[in-house]
Write a protein that binds this ligand. Sequence first.
Ligand code: PLP
Ligand code: ZN
Length: 402
Amino acid sequence: MKDLKLICTGCGKEYSVKCVNPRCEVCNEPLEMEFITNGKIKEGNPLTQTILERYADFFPFDEINNDLSLNEGFTPLVPSSRIANRIGINNIYFKNESQNPTWSFKDRGTLFGIQHAYSLGYKKVGAVSTGNMAVSVAAYGKRAGFDTFIFVGKDIPEEKLNPVAIYGANLIKVDGDYGKLYYESLEIGKRHEIYFINSDVTYRVEGYKTAAFEMCEQLNFNVPDYIVVPTSAGGNIRGILKGFEEFKAVGLIDRVPKFICAQAAGCSPIYNGFVKDVEIIERVMDHKTIAHGIENPFPPSGNEVLRKIKATGGVCTAVTDEEIIVAQKEMAEEGIFAQPESCVPLAAVKKLKNEGFLKETDTVACIVTGSGLKYTAAFEKHNLKSYSCKIEELELFIANNF
Ligand SMILES: *Cc1c(COP(=O)(O)O)cnc(C)c1O
Ligand SMILES: [Zn+2]
């Protein structure tokens, strides 16, 4: 490992780059890798590189194991002038993270967690999740040949269980307070040498920087005005922001976009903290939203996201389930079918434009975090239709009806 430090985002205490525990012993806030201020993008063809290789200067690994990769990242950045026109902004892009190996952005973070575990000689990895992270860690853990432990809540529905089970990891339904399981897993991990690559752990956040690096390259280093991220634990938004900040620090871009932390109105602890202008977020007691993947009532990186949003001139917002469903349909009609969580950014952009926060001259990029096929129950919320007719009548049917 390179000579870098992990720094507490709360109190600044320093830790070794080899530290696996993602939180500060003193103040319990998340740790973060020291800023990279010197580095460049590796030359070569991104079609034959992994994200670990191409952006190696921005990570602490001396030796990269490309066998751990499933060729994640390098996802499309799709513009939509039609949606931009409709909203009345300059341009909107969709960073389509559903095109990752397990159909969500989690794969970027999982790869970096697995690489860290491998660098330190771990043989076991794990995650606490009921959704995309469970699937991602199951896939990457087994591929790496690690003993892989996935803890899920006991009431997880079958259709969410099997997409994890298929990869062959040790899948355990845990009866008890799901909120406690995150902290419990870190303790169990320490005692049993299992590296838990949970929601906002340091190296997962590091991996999420790569989405920012790619967007810079895809836009010829002319960054958008705003990046909109559907936020739950806060790992992804922290990582993408840090990615832009590091590219600025090394001189690859001349400004850092502002960040919009977008939550579901049915569970919006970070947004609530922003509105109340407090420093410590409060647990949301009753929560309900169709966007289950961002339904964390007490996000472990919540305070840090608040600090960062305030310090960088960003904003938090929250949108209703109805607004999310409308956005899902609009994105599908542009060819991007995303899960409800991932439609929160577009709903947020529309809301912030109506409120006058976003201007006609603004360009925004929405992070489309995962695939619509992850949650087919959302189909019921749409009025989807199809037609039937006999083959002999097909031509007449077309002529008469369309
Ligand atoms: C995990 C997840 C999020 C939230 O990311 P955090 O890092 O927890 O803030 C958003 N959308 C989808 C689809 C996810 O799977
Ligand atoms: Zn601290």
